[in-house]
Design a protein around this ligand. Structure first.
Ligand SMILES: Nc1nc2c(c(=O)[nH]1)N=C([C@H](O)[C@H](O)COP(=O)(O)OP(=O)(O)OP(=O)(O)O)CN2
Length: 165
């Protein structure tokens, strides 16, 4: 028996954020601190309502937009890496230590995310869970069957998170 499904896809040039990061590799080596213009893509599968909509694009885009705006122009740090230390000083400076490295930055420039490495996959995970949480909160009747969020770090390479209900 064939099954049918419906989804919306959001791929907008303005759904992007610029951020600094460094990735830590499995052998413990780490990239230099550098930045990317990340782009975010969202696919959402749900029930088709009597008006022929899964959900109005206009309801989803602001949720993604507010997330990318929150991340934009920050240094993104992983809270849960086992060897990276992040300390907030009383004078509003964040100190970051990784092995022999030491950095200090104003706390308003830094966002510490609940991830273990600043990979595109982990950014997609954090954004995907937040999109799901915020949509569920704002649209309690929305039935999300499948949500896919991709984060493109450099052109043509993306980390993808998928949540299936
Ligand atoms: N699975 C992942 N692998 C890598 C990630 C990641 O997020 N997930 N990230 C990086 C780097 O942070 C990096 O900035 C991208 O590196 P690279 O592949 O070298 O990117 P380029 O587009 O500059 O590479 P080209 O040589 O132009 O193809 C690394 N790996």
């Amino acid at each position: 028996m064939p099954t049918e499904s419906w989804s919306i896809q959001i791929d907008k040039e303005y759904l992007k954020f610029s951020a600094a990061h460094f990735l830590i590799f499995p052998d413990g080596s780490a990239e230099r601190l550098h930045g990317h213009n990340y782009r975010v893509y969202v696919d959402l599968e749900g029930r088709l309502d009597p008006h022929g909509l899964v959900i109005d694009f206009k309801e989803v885009k602001p949720v993604v937009r507010e997330l990318v705006d929150e991340l934009d122009e920050h240094w993104l740090l992983p809270r849960d890496h086992p060897e990276l230390r992040i300390d907030r000083r009383d004078d509003g400076v964040v100190e970051v230590r990784y092995r022999e490295r030491y950095y200090a930055a104003p706390e308003e420039d830094v966002i510490v995310l609940p991830i273990n490495n600043t990979s595109a996959e982990n950014f997609a995970t954090w954004i995907g869970r937040e999109v799901h949480r915020r949509l569920a909160e704002r649209f309690p009747d929305l039935e999300i069957r499948d949500l896919k969020v991709a984060v493109e770090e450099t052109q043509g390479q993306r980390g993808v998170y998928r949540l299936r209900a």
